[in-house]
Ligand binder design. Sequence first.
Ligand code: PPS
Length: 303
Amino acid sequence: MDPIQHPDLPDSPFTRAPFEVVDNVALPRWSADIWEMVEKFQAKPDDLLIVTYPKAGTTWIQEIVDQVNWSGDVESCKRAPIYDRIPFLEYFVGPTMPTGIELIEKMPSPRMIKTHLPFQLIPKSFWEQDCKALVVARNAKDCLVSYYHFHRMCLILPEPGTWQEFFQKFMDGQVCWGSWFDHVKGWWEAMSHHRVLFLFYEDIKENPRQEILKVAKFMGKVLEEEVIEKIAQLSSFNVMKDNPMANYTTLPVEIMNQNISRFMRKGQVGDWKNHFTVAQNAEFDEQYERQMANCSVKFRNAL
Ligand code: PPS
């Protein structure tokens, strides 16, 4: 598969466009613009949805899933950038480029599809077809920090404002794809009535081989121990950050300006400690406990 040739986008209507609200959830304007197409998307029974709140380890799990699908075949996984190998369901940056849906429709089965949508916005056909969903969640504080830096460099997202302003928007769910709290709760509950595997960024970081094994099992793949080992190595932060097929350097600077902040920024657990003030931390912990009180999900590094 050839990488998509991206045109320059200096006059894109999406540059720093404010979000739009779709069914009470903030979405980038480019997703809202194609919402009818997204809603009507026709899933196939062997489609695998890869679901994350933004910055929860999407690209990492995409790389792992692609490697598992190709049984650790390095060359196959270099065939195209990650956003072409596993397209983004609700993605659309302009009429001269294919939408995520157009890319998905050209894929051979089994198709693997990235989305950041909260559970209630997933097109109905995925559940009519009883598709599997692989969810990765990351502790909210690190997501918030990563999302702030991502907003600074991703020019097709709204202006982040200052760190304090962005902190407040995140706490209020006034960021693209909505509230982290609602997203996690919705998908955690979905596990009881759909085929959902729910993983944590922090677990993959701590024991990648064990989590890759869970992914392989969920995908119905039996892999040799040395293949698992190879996938763990190839999907490590240090390898992915230097891999142009995984680090988003193939996108034009009009979409992601990596001179402002790298897409593969730090890849660590606990970077929030370098950003949160004492007051922000207190406000966050209070809100976390209130919002997550009735949810049994446990993040090891939540507070
Ligand atoms: S996006 O834009 O929502 O698809 O971004 P996403 O891929 O979810 O998140 C990017 C963050 O994940 C980190 N990352 C990794 N961490 C550890 N290991 C690996 N292999 C890895 N790959 C990506 C990436 O560095 C971003 O986190 P931060 O904290 O900003 O570094």
